[in-house]
Write a new protein. Structure first.
Length: 78
């Protein structure tokens, strides 16, 4: 009987250790995923800032340049 009790305790101990290990692994994976998410967010923000700067520079250049004269369509005889 003592053997069965010790086997049960060993099984319980092993199950708790495995659960603890799995919990730690999930925490590590979660931290890694968060780092990737933050890195991707930073890249997106940098690209948006670069594109905004390009757009503003183009708008400023377009505003500074004189408008091109509008060409009138030649009149056609009927």
């Amino acid at each position: 009987m003592a053997t069965r009790a010790s086997e049960a305790r060993a099984t319980e101990t092993k199950a708790r250790a495995e659960a603890s290990f799995k919990k730690e692994e999930r925490a590590k994976e979660g931290a890694k995923a968060m780092l990737e998410y933050q890195a991707n967010s930073r890249v997106v923000r940098e690209q948006m800032a670069r594109l905004k700067a390009l757009r503003l520079a183009k708008e400023a250049a377009d505003a500074a340049a004189p408008p091109a004269p509008a060409k009138k369509a030649p009149r056609t005889k009927r």
